[in-house]
Design a protein around this ligand. Structure first.
Ligand SMILES: NC(=O)c1ccc[n+]([C@@H]2O[C@H](COP(=O)([O-])OP(=O)(O)OC[C@H]3O[C@@H](n4cnc5c(N)ncnc54)[C@H](OP(=O)(O)O)[C@@H]3O)[C@@H](O)[C@H]2O)c1
Length: 244
């Protein structure tokens, strides 16, 4: 029986956008603990990235967490980031589109600036990165793209219509990329995480704030999804907390 090509985790290179804080930083830790060879954490704030990389490299051996500054709203900066990763490490095997933000403006006051900020960061940036990285993944016939959507990608909330629109759009983008991959019968998987509110600050082994998911559950979901067989098409992992 033919099996899809695999690649050991220690030979893989991951790019986690927004990897210096919150969920992205937890993902970086999760990838390092899984044994991923290099984990590039990338966002705008250099000092934040440096501190996060130092902390991660203190916890996991091999200086495998690498900070790289870029701005996802800037096409040139995004292209430069990917070029730098290829020059240094040779591939992007796992792309985690995690960078994102919300602007709390209800439909009555929604500004063009707020809308653009959200859509450019949450959707256009993920589209650019997928567009830049995918040809290399097709060439290598290997890769994973993980999008961090949200329950706001499944339900609308009056306080954050632009955020909801962006997170719904991310799922549509993923579905279209998946269709392209299917057409080419390529060994690339695309899946989305759709969490409710996430607590990124609580004690790593303690409980989450009531009504929030502890971030460790997102890390566990990422590990679970990446460890599935290559011929499994996982779509979304939806997750909400419940009061016990
Ligand atoms: N926390 C939750 O309850 C929750 C629930 C569902 C989904 N999510 C999603 O999870 C993802 C991570 O959120 P989080 O809660 O971990 O919040 P966070 O700590 O604020 O993370 C957002 C990250 O995005 C980066 N970023 C923002 N604008 C950027 C830009 N122009 N270029 C490059 N990087 C940029 C930020 O870094 P810089 O400021 O250094 O650029 C930051 O590291 C987001 O997509 C969010 O929508 C969060």
């Amino acid at each position: 029986m033919p099996t899809a090509k695999s690649k050991p985790f220690n030979e893989q290179v991951a790019l986690v956008t927004g990897g210096g804080t919150g969920i992205g930083r937890a993902f970086a830790g999760s990838l390092l603990s899984t044994g991923v060879g290099r984990v590039v954490i990338a966002s705008r704030r250099e000092a934040t990235l440096r501190t996060a990389a130092e902390d991660l490299n203190g916890r996991f051996p091999g200086e495998r967490a690498v900070p790289m500054a870029f701005d996802i709203r800037d096409r040139k900066s995004t292209e430069t980031l990917v070029r730098k990763i290829f020059n240094h490490f040779g591939s992007v095997d796992i792309l985690i589109n995690n960078a994102g933000l919300a602007v709390a403006e209800s439909i009555e006051v929604l500004s063009e600036d707020g809308w653009n900020q959200v859509m450019e960061t949450n959707v256009r940036g993920a589209m650019w990165l997928s567009q830049i990285v995918l040809p290399k993944m097709f060439e290598a016939n290997f890769g994973d793209i993980v999008n961090v959507s949200s329950q706001a990608g499944k339900h609308g909330y009056a306080d954050v219509p632009s955020y909801c629109a962006s997170k719904f759009a991310l799922l549509g983008l993923a579905e279209s990329i998946r269709d392209e991959i299917r057409r080419r019968a390529a060994n690339i998987r695309v899946f989305n995480l759709c969490p409710g509110l996430v607590d990124v600050e609580s004690d790593p082994s303690g409980p989450a704030k009531p009504g929030f998911l502890h971030v460790r559950n997102l890390s566990a979901s990422l590990r679970y999804a990446l460890n599935l067989d290559r011929d499994v098409e996982l779509h979304d992992i939806g997750m909400t907390s419940r009061i016990l």
